[in-house]
Design a protein around this ligand. Structure first.
Ligand code: SF4
Ligand code: SF4
Length: 150
């Protein structure tokens, strides 16, 4: 369980934003997210920030205030997902994982490359997929993934 009150400890030192892997790609600023959370900004749960994080934990490792910054992004995602606000690309990945055990479908060129290299056709073992589906079901994931925002 994440302790959101730790966001009050933020020193606004910006180290997390400087360390952020996603910052140069999509402009994510974890420092701002922590600040908005501490300020009780309700829009933080509806914005794109939650999905911009690649959960690399670089910010959390660097934070001198000991704030679990990456977990904040997980928290925001959970809140968004529970309300059906899952961006389509993430929804597609979730559906693919549930159905096949793979995040992405097998592309034809991948199959060709594997064949050229003498590798067998790739698929996740059916038993592994079943186990994954059992785990996902116990977490309520199948109900969540297809849910659309109302
Ligand atoms: S590294 Fe920690 S203390 Fe510094 S701005 Fe980021 S969250 Fe705040
Ligand atoms: S965990 Fe997210 S917010 Fe933190 S550095 Fe990585 S991408 Fe940036």
């Amino acid at each position: 369980m994440i302790d959101l009150s730790k966001s009050y400890l933020c020193l606004q030192c910006r180290i997390c934003s400087a360390a952020c892997t996603a910052a140069t790609v999509n402009g994510l600023r974890p420092r701002e997210v922590v600040l908005r959370l501490a300020a009780g900004d309700p829009t933080i749960e509806e914005g794109p920030e939650a999905w911009a994080c690649v959960t690399c934990y670089a910010c959390t490792e660097q934070c001198r205030a000991g704030i679990d910054i990456t977990d904040i992004f997980y928290y925001l995602r959970e809140r968004a997902a529970a309300q059906g606000r899952i961006p389509p690309p993430y929804r597609a990945v979730a559906k693919s994982v549930l159905a096949t055990g793979c995040a992405f479908p097998n592309a034809r060129y991948t199959a060709r490359m594997r064949a050229d290299l003498g590798l067998p056709v790739f698929c996740v073992a059916p038993r592994a997929v079943e186990e994954l589906q059992t785990l996902c079901r116990s977490a309520g994931f199948p109900d969540l993934a297809p849910k659309e925002a109302s």
